[in-house]
Design a protein. Structure first.
Length: 460
């Protein structure tokens, strides 16, 4: 009988490097999502402390999303070309400084500008952290588990952020959470300096300045229009912003098509895994993040939920998502099949929430939110894996940046659509049902697309 030689164990130094990279990367993602969701339960206190009106309150919630979406792809490209550790450390240090500004802000403008800067810093941390993990873990089972753990931190951060903010506000002030998160960001910077190794693409590219400017300005115009549009979609400023976004994003596509060293190689869109990564992230934002973010507001208005009750409802979805993502890392499903399964389960959960705005039942709503959490976890784990495996070796941070850009744009469009649909309906209950039917249809179509791409690959 012939025995196979045992698999060579990693040297202790390499194993320690992998563990440190995964730990710091996951901690960074957890911190970023906690900070992202922190104002959700303290908006009234924050608005009162800053003297913010209705539009100011919208920007308090959405300023960080603008910074994230506008800079994620750029940050990922810079990380691959100029050093993932370097970009990560710059991001974590800037996040710490911007958090201090948020904590000390005396007015709405300063706070919102600091939140936008936090978004840019968070983009650097998210894209660089997943890029470092992909570099430390070669393709195979270990990378699947590592990227699933990173994806689980999305749900964990969204779970922990709102209640932490609410508890600290009760103990002291709404400002306290930003002091705490800023301190954690500073400690994470120190940990990164001591424990992370530098990595970059073997063939760095020169900076695509025209592409960076066109994409950044285009996405800024789009996100600003979606935010300002909640006060009136027909206003001149909103129409001008949408038009500017269309022109700038079209210019970005033209620039990338002609560039010898594009920030985003458009030929990637001919790869089914990359299409699944971008399309799946966009649908996740549209069908899950957007509607469920707005549901927290709906239940406070229609059922008189206190902020902590609304946070507890949201935590059902996000905490199950974190656990589901970890479990998904142990499965042997191909990435696109896992993404399709997650979106299909999420669609079923969306349909399970029909009628909840009119007649609330904790049992029924919890069952639906558990389904959405399971689906989100499956999708997040699959998207983290696809985002780094669907791009050329050495461009993992760019892949992460592109994937998360689609996720946050989808989330912003999803929230804006939810506000418009519910606001235009005869009653909030009827509008909420329309919102969840539309979300379920979007998720189901996303699942079909993921499977169709898989079948096409198998056949060709």
């Amino acid at each position: 009988m012939t025995l196979s030689p045992p698999r060579a164990a990693l040297p202790p130094a390499d194993q320690a490097h992998r563990s440190a990279t995964l730990l710091v990367g996951c901690a960074a993602t957890l911190l970023v999502l906690m900070n992202y969701s922190a104002p959700a339960t303290t908006l009234p206190q924050t608005a009162a402390g800053l003297g913010a009106g209705p539009i100011g309150q919208v920007w308090i919630l959405n300023g960080i999303a603008l910074g994230l979406a506008a800079t994620l792809l750029t940050a990922g490209t810079l990380a691959d070309d100029h050093g993932r550790k370097r970009v990560f450390l710059i991001g974590s240090a800037v996040l710490a400084a911007a958090s201090v500004v948020c904590a000390a802000a005396g007015g709405t403008l300063v706070f919102v500008l600091a939140r936008i800067v936090q978004g840019g810093a968070s983009a650097a941390m998210l894209s660089a952290s997943l890029g470092m993990i992909a570099h430390a873990f070669p393709p195979g089972a270990s990378r699947v588990r590592a990227t699933a753990a990173w994806g689980a931190m999305i749900g964990a951060g969204l779970t922990a952020g709102p209640p932490l903010s609410a508890v600290l506000a009760q103990w002291g002030s709404w400002r306290l959470v930003y002091w705490v998160l800023g301190g954690v960001a500073a400690l994470l910077t120190l940990a990164g300096v001591l424990r992370l190794r530098e990595s970059r693409a073997e063939t760095p590219r020169r900076m695509d300045v025209p592409g960076v400017l066109a994409l950044g300005l285009g996405l800024t115009a789009l996100l600003t229009a979606l935010t300002q549009g909640r006060a009136g979609w027909a206003s001149v400023s909103v129409v001008v912003l949408f038009a500017a976004a269309a022109v700038l994003l079209a210019a970005f596509v033209a620039i990338e098509a002609r560039s010898r060293a594009p920030m985003l190689d458009l030929s990637l869109f001919r790869r089914p895994p990359f299409l699944a990564s971008i399309g799946g992230a966009l649908v996740t934002g549209l069908a899950v993040i957007g509607p469920l973010t707005y549901l927290a507001t709906i239940v406070q208005v229609t059922h008189g939920f206190a902020p902590l009750e609304a946070a507890g409802m949201t935590a059902i979805w996000t905490s199950v998502s974190a656990v589901s993502s970890i479990v998904a890392g142990r499965t042997r499903l191909p990435g696109r099949a896992q993404l399709a399964a997650g979106l299909a389960v999420g669609a079923a959960g969306d349909l399970g929430l029909l009628g909840t705005a009119g007649h609330w039942s904790w049992g029924r709503a919890s069952a639906a939110l558990v389904l959405i959490g399971i689906g989100s976890g499956l999708a997040n784990a699959a998207l983290a894996r696809l985002s780094v495996e669907s791009v050329p070796a050495g461009r993992a941070a760019m892949g992460s940046g592109a994937n998360n850009t689609a996720r946050y744009i989808g989330g912003s469009v999803g929230v804006a659509a939810a506000v418009a649909v519910v606001g235009a309906a005869r009653t909030a209950a009827a509008g909420t049902d329309v919102m969840f039917v539309a979300a379920a249809v979007a998720a189901a179509l996303g699942a079909v697309l993921a499977l169709a791409l898989r079948d096409r690959t198998a056949g060709g």
